[in-house]
Structure formats: C-alpha cells, structure tokens
Write a protein that binds this ligand. Sequence first.
Ligand SMILES: NC(=O)C1=CN([C@@H]2O[C@H](COP(=O)(O)OP(=O)(O)OC[C@H]3O[C@@H](n4cnc5c(N)ncnc54)[C@H](OP(=O)(O)O)[C@@H]3O)[C@@H](O)[C@H]2O)C=CC1
Ligand SMILES: O=CC(=O)O
Length: 339
Amino acid sequence: MAICSSTFVPQIPIYLKRIPISSFLIKPIPACSSQTLTTTSASKDEFPARVGFLGLGIMGTLMAHNLIKAGCDVTIWNRTKSKCDPLISLGAKYKPSPEEVASSCDFTFAMLADPESAADVAFGNHGAANGMSPGKGYVDVSTVDAETSKLIDRHVKAAGALFLEAPVSGSKKPAEDGQLIFLTAGDKALYDMVSPFLDIMGKSRFYLGDVGNGAAMKLVVNMIMGSMMASFSEGLLLSEKVGLDPKILVEVVSQSAISAPMFSLKGPSMVQSKYPTAFPLKHQQKDLRLALGLAESVSQSTPIAAAANEMYKVAKSHGLSDQDFSAVIEALRTKLQSP
Ligand SMILES: NC(=O)C1=CN([C@@H]2O[C@H](COP(=O)(O)OP(=O)(O)OC[C@H]3O[C@@H](n4cnc5c(N)ncnc54)[C@H](OP(=O)(O)O)[C@@H]3O)[C@@H](O)[C@H]2O)C=CC1
Ligand SMILES: O=CC(=O)O
C-alpha cells in the first residue's frame, strides 16, 4: 500500500538538526530497560544543543562541569549566585532566573535539594515552566517523591514541553567522574534526545516508563542505603565497645559477603569520627521520610527503614544535617542520646 511519504517525515526540532546523527546511534530500548555505557570523548561540535542547568550544589556543580568539559553549550542558574562563578569562568553562560534559563535553552536539567525547591524552581515565580514551550525539554534529576514529579510534569506539559524525571544514584565522586546511574521515567522522546547528555554525566541509564517510577526507584534504593549505613554504624560502635578494633571490622566486612563499596569508602573515616560531606545527612533523612511515605501509600511495612529514619532525625537534631550521612553513627553515641 502506498503511503504518503510525508507521514514519515518527523518534525525535527532545530536543536536536533544541530546534533550529529552519531549522537543518536543508540539502540532503541523498551520501558524498564537499562544501558551501560563506556565514556566517550567529545568535541565542541558534537553537542550543539543549548543545555540549561539549575541548582549548583554538590551534585549539580559537578554534573554541569562535566557537560562544560564535554564541550556542551551550558547556561546555569543557582539561588546563591556566587556558586555559579567557577563554572562561568569555565565558559558557562548565566541567566538570573530558571525561567530565563529555560527560555534560552533546548533542554534544562534541574538538581535541587528536595520536593519543595524542585517544585518552586520548576513552576514557582519565574520558574522554568514559564520559559518552556513546544520543542523544549525539562529533566529533573533531583531526588523527590512521585507526587512532586507528577506535578512538575503537569506544569511542563501545560507549557507544551516534554518532561523526564531522572534522579541519580551515585554520590559526589561518581558525579565528578561522570559515573552516575540515571533512573529515568516520563517522555520517551525526551529520554532519547537527552541520552547523549546523560551519557556524559553517567555510566548507565534506566528508562522505567511512567513519571513516578524513576522517583520511586530512587527512593527504594536510598531507603536500603540509609538502613545499611545505620546498621553499619551500630556494628562499628558495638565492635569498639567489646574491645575489637573497628578498623579490622571494616577490613573483615570488605572481604565478606556483606561487602559494599559504601562500607569500604566511608568506614575508615567513620572510625576516625570524620564525615567529609559527599551526601548530606539531611538529604538521606529526606529520602527515608519520602520512602516511608511511599511505603505507607501501598501499606507496605518497613520497620527497619522507620527505625533508621529515627536515627537520622536524632543526628539532625544535633546539628549534623550538613555533614555526610555517615555521621548518623553519632546518633548512637551515648552523649547524643538525649538532645
Ligand atoms: N550529594 C549526593 O551524594 C547525592 C545527592 N542526590 C540528590 O540530589 C539533590 C541535590 O543534592 P546535593 O547537590 O547533594 O545537595 P546540596 O544541598 O549541595 O544542593 C542543593 C541545591 O538546591 C538548591 N536549593 C535548595 N533550596 C532551594 C530553594 N528553596 N530554591 C532554590 N534552590 C534551592 C541549593 O541552592 P543554594 O546553593 O542557593 O543553597 C543547591 O543548588 C538532592 O535531592 C539529593 O537528595 C542524589 C544522589 C547523590
Ligand atoms: O543519593 C545518594 C546516593 O549516593 O546515591
């Protein structure tokens, strides 16, 4: 049957015409699938789309830096403007609001602290949604709950643009090394379009279907992580109390079936009561709180995560919010038991 050829001519946005076809030579993948990538070097001409980045905290700064290093045309914004300066000196452009970043870019990434800030930056006063229009895409890589993500999706869609949630697993060092894991969900067309950028910042990406699934996956992963760290903390202190050397415990754990990169990485500094911040404790507690809400929404019992959450709350109440989440061990020290 003859079909009018125009049926098959996709409406390619201008920015895609500027991206070489080699950037899209990635096998089409079904929902709930993943791709593991090898890092590739890029030249300035390879990523000509204009990319926005909102939120330059620990993670956002490193992620945006990798985009700049790869030769992308990056425009940034951060609530505290001074944090933009190092990236501006590396070639980033600056706009004074999320709205102006979104209106001047093809794709805008956002890496904000929590659901409130992610929502405010996306659709508050001078929020990104005001600058969105058909042909543009908004990618929220913050860790938020599914409801917030769906709300942002609705505002972005109302502007005629596409939305992808893409929270990341992996902390400061993986962000620096471009080794993050993206847990994405939402508009598949946008996923395909921004994959070259995800591949600069990460080592693998999962596409999980409908908006909310990426957020849920991230919260489940971080619920497990928060409980593991709380349990590890108990073990370290118990070993010390019974006269064992906690440094040897760290070594034994690292060789055992319960070995985890997190224990080997954080254990040695925890033994010295040092908690250099990679993943702020306040964000781990936020993730446990959101994960408990997720569990509640489906009547799933999560007693271990609930107990761990209480430990992080105690640690926060003792001023440890901005320390690394491994500082949760301090919540178990006798002197901290009663605030
Ligand atoms: N650090 C880590 O290891 C990882 C963190 N995550 C998640 O990534 C997100 C960011 O984490 P991280 O970079 O560590 O956090 P930071 O606390 O370092 O940065 C938070 C960012 O959010 C901005 N922000 C906070 N509140 C507001 C607000 N009301 N309005 C506008 N901007 C605001 C901050 O701006 P300002 O500079 O002005 O304060 C900053 O840019 C969080 O959701 C976290 O859970 C995910 C994986 C790993
Ligand atoms: O969200 C934190 C992480 O390390 O992943």
